[in-house]
Structure formats: C-alpha cells, structure tokens
Design a protein around this ligand. Structure first.
Ligand SMILES: Cc1ncc(COP(=O)(O)O)c(C=O)c1O
Length: 482
C-alpha cells in the first residue's frame, strides 16, 4: 500500500508503524538557544543534541530502528575474522543487488575513500550526476576533479521534472569525448541526489547512462545511500516501474552497475557501509584497502550488532509501506510551506524538505552564506536544527576565492520513522513565522575556516546583531518560555 485514504479529509500521510520506545525532548527557551548558538559559533554541527528540540540536521545514523532490527542485534556473532554476522549481511546484499563480492566499511565516506584510492589518479575526472561533499573531498584529495552533469532542471528550484537527479546524456557523451576515456576514473551516479534536494534518478536514466559508460569501457558506480527514497519515486512516478515490485526495480537498477556502495547510516537504517562489486578481479584490486583503513574483511570497522540490524533493515528498505513514509511526510511539509509562499525545492524529494535560501533571504549575498545564516535562525526560532547545503558546504577554489554553490539550501531532514505529523506541523509553523520575519536575518562570516569540509568544524560569527533582534521579536510573539 502506498497511502491510506481518508473519508472526510484530504489525504494526509499516515505512519505504517507504531511507537514502542521514545526519547524525551526538551525545548529550551529562546534566550538560552541564542546563547547556545553563539557558543556553537553559529555552526549547528557544534550544538549539543540535548539543546535541540527538532534535530533535522541529517537522516544519517538517526533513523528509527524496528523491533525486528533490535531483535537482530541480540544475536550477533562476535569474531575478529569470519563473523557469521558478516556472512548473513553479505548474503542479504547479494540477494538484493545480485552482486557477488562485498567489502564492508564503517560508513559511506569510507567506501568513497577506498574507491578513490583504487581508481583516482592525479588529473583524473570522475563524472557524476551531482557531487556529494565527502565523495568530492576524497576525489580532490587524490588530485582528481569532479564533473557534474545533472540535467539543467535539477538545478532549478522549481521544476516539473519528476526525476531531477537524472544525468544529462548529451552532456555525458560530450564530457567523455572532451576528457578522453583514459582520463575518466569512473562514473558515479547518486540515487536520491542529496545536495540538490534529495531528487531521484529514473530507472531509464540509470540504464541509458550506464549503457554509455559500458560502451566506452568506463567503470560505473552507484552511490545507493539514498536508494530507498529513490525506489519510492521510481515506483510512484515512473510508468515502467508501476507494476514492478521494489525488489525488481532494485535488481534492474543494480544490474546496470559495476560497483554499488552505500552508507548504511541511511540505506539499512543502521550504522555502517559496504561496497558491492560484480567482478572478481576488481574486488581483489580493492580488498587490501579494507584491512588497511577499516578493519578486517569481515567487519570493516562495523560492530557485529549493527551488521545484524542492517541485514534486517535492508529487507525493510524493500517494503513500500516502509519507504513511503519519509517522502510522503516531506511532500506534506513542502506543499504546506509552498502554499504559504515559502520558497521550497519542488517537487519534494527524499531525505528532507529543502528550503531555497537564495529566495528566502535574497538580501544576503552569497559570500555571507545565506543558507548558513538561515540555519542559525531556524535554531534560534524554534530549536530546529537543519543543515546548510550551499556555499558554506563547498570548498574554496585553488586560488582561494569562494566557490559559490549552484544552490543555497537549508535541509530540514526527516530521519525515517522518527517524527510525528504534529512535529512536522510545528516545523511548518515556525518556518512560516521565520519567513514573515526574514528581513531581520543577516549574514555570517568565518572566524576560523578549515581548508577541507569546513562546514563540519568551521567557526562563524554574525555580520551584525541580527540574532539578538530576531530572538527579541520571537519572544515578543511567543513568550519567554518558548
Ligand atoms: C549520497 C550520500 N553519499 C555518501 C554519504 C556519506 O555517508 P556517511 O555519512 O555514512 O559517511 C552520504 C551521507 O550523507 C550521502 O548522503
């Protein structure tokens, strides 16, 4: 079933699970939140979770586990080498993806490290529909470069295109021609394209792009971290997938690729990662890197308990009732805010609702990090922690100049099976308030700027006393204790 129908209301998204274990939340008063964000140097990664009401930073490692996953964690096989938990996990991945070889890794970026070590040489290009921060950082660290060939509509905030993550096939052919096959390390397609708003890729596009790569002898790699959201959209938006089961769609996608890797902090609802490889020789060319960077070949830095949990989680990712909850909640949130006039990335994708900061705070120049400033404002006005996905998440150009992001987004992630609809309503309410007070939000500047992945550890300060003024306006409307 994809959605419960209502008799007297417009259909609203409905959870197909019930809550068994809860974590208490606390809403700090606005004055305390102001102090906390100052202490966190206006970087929401530095906030303590206990000081947050709605943690919408990410869907990574914070998805709710099912009773069956927790039960699985009670029967792990603890062994440095040869753990049965690993073999159970590998068997499940073989069944789902139809690929034989499996290298475990502690999370998605660890897989990216191994792939970059193996394939990327200085001067090489990696072709992508769109980059992800850690994937790009590993490639550039090896002296490589990224070419992003997503269709133009993928970078438009609002578009009718149902699969905004699709790679542009003409650009792909032209890029191969220009760069030359020998200089292309691999082609990486990302399901549920994260940085452009969790936007999906069609099965047809996977097929067409991989056929081109195959024709030229280019290795094709799928980043399946956000595959479960992508599968929901294949099933509901793509005519050819309507009568296929989620497993069948997964198989058909997997059949196109040489390599599939994923973060099990997302795919599998647990904490870990793995690389699946079709070819034996290719597998052997990478396997030594796992004991070097991750751990022995049968745990790869993961706990055996997590491996047991994700083995169950992979099966749950193949169920429509499970994978539809996130995208339906996101659609609800996006549609409500859009109706109010808040600029959102449309259509809603997976992983979270994405606010278009370049239109929300269009008075803040890109060099003052509009999305970063809006993220700080969300925390002050509601205790909501989102994530900046814009210029602040980029790295500077080699000459030190700012590399302006194609999109300035605030991601309000909806970790899977975690929040209720009334909590989503709260976020909608506070977003509307913030939108009505958007002129009060000002910019940010770095006081400490790391060279790599600066958004994780950088320190910032506001360009004026706008946070104090915003907090005062909020207090006047909601009272001191909110
Ligand atoms: C598409 C994608 N690839 C890779 C990663 C990296 O995974 P991890 O955070 O487990 O290192 C992420 C994490 O957010 C992601 O969204």
């Amino acid at each position: 079933m994809s959605q419960i129908k209502f008799y007297k209301h417009d259909d609203i998204p409905m959870e197909m699970h019930k809550v068994k274990i809860v974590q208490q939340l606390h809403l700090l008063p606005v004055d305390q939140r102001l102090e906390k964000i100052k202490k966190a140097t206006f970087n929401t990664f530095k906030l303590h979770n206990g000081d947050i009401f709605m943690d919408m930073l990410t869907d990574s490692g914070v998805n709710a586990m099912s009773d069956e996953m927790l039960a699985g964690m009670m029967k792990p096989d603890d062994a440095y080498a040869g753990s049965e938990s690993f073999y159970r996990m590998r068997a499940k991945l073989r069944e789902i993806f139809g690929m034989k070889y499996c290298l475990p890794a502690h999370q998605g970026r660890a897989c990216e490290n191994i792939l970059s070590e193996r394939f990327v040489k200085p001067g090489n290009v990696v072709i992508m529909n769109y980059h992800f921060t850690t994937a790009k950082a590993h490639i550039t660290r090896r002296g490589g470069r990224v070419e992003e060939l997503v269709k133009d509509e993928g970078l438009e905030a609002v578009s009718d295109l149902p699969f905004k993550g699709d790679i542009d096939l003409e650009k792909l052919e032209a890029c191969i021609e220009k760069e030359g096959v020998d200089n292309i390390a691999f082609m990486r397609l990302e399901a549920g394209t994260n940085l452009i708003g969790g936007q999906p890729v069609s099965l047809q596009n996977f097929k067409d792009a991989c056929a081109i790569a195959r024709k030229h002898g280019i290795v094709s790699v799928l980043d399946a971290s956000l595959l479960q959201d992508n599968l929901f959209f294949n099933k509901t938006r793509e005519e050819a997938c309507k009568d296929m089961s989620v497993r069948e769609i997964t198989h058909e996608i997997a059949d196109q690729f040489d390599i599939i890797y994923f973060s099990a902090r997302k795919f599998g609802f647990a904490r870990g990662g793995a690389i699946m490889i079709r070819d034996r020789k290719m597998f052997h060319s990478m396997e030594d890197l796992v004991p070097m960077f991750e751990g022995f070949l049968t745990y790869g830095g993961m706990s055996v308990r997590e491996m047991e949990a994700m083995t169950v989680g992979f099966d749950e990712s193949m169920e429509m009732d499970v994978i539809s909850q996130g995208p339906q909640f996101i659609k609800y949130c996006v549609d409500q805010l859009d109706a109010y006039g808040v600029p959102m990335i449309k259509p809603g994708g997976g992983l979270g609702a994405h606010v278009d900061a370049s239109r929300f705070v269009d008075h803040i120049p890109q060099e003052e990090y509009p999305a970063g400033a809006l993220v700080a404002a969300f925390y002050i006005c509601g205790g909501i922690r989102g994530m900046e996905r814009g210029t602040l998440s980029e790295e500077r150009n080699p000459d030190g100049s700012e590399h302006f992001a194609s999109m300035e987004l605030v991601r309000l992630a909806l970790p899977r099976r975690v929040f209720t609809l009334s909590q989503v309503e709260y976020v909608i309410d506070r977003t509307k308030w913030l939108y009505d007070h958007r002129d009060m939000i000002g910019g940010l500047r770095f006081t400490h700027e790391p060279a790599t992945l600066r958004f994780f550890t950088g320190k910032l300060e506001p360009t004026s006393d706008w946070p104090e003024k915003l907090a005062a306006a909020y207090k006047a409307d909601f009272g001191e204790d909110q």
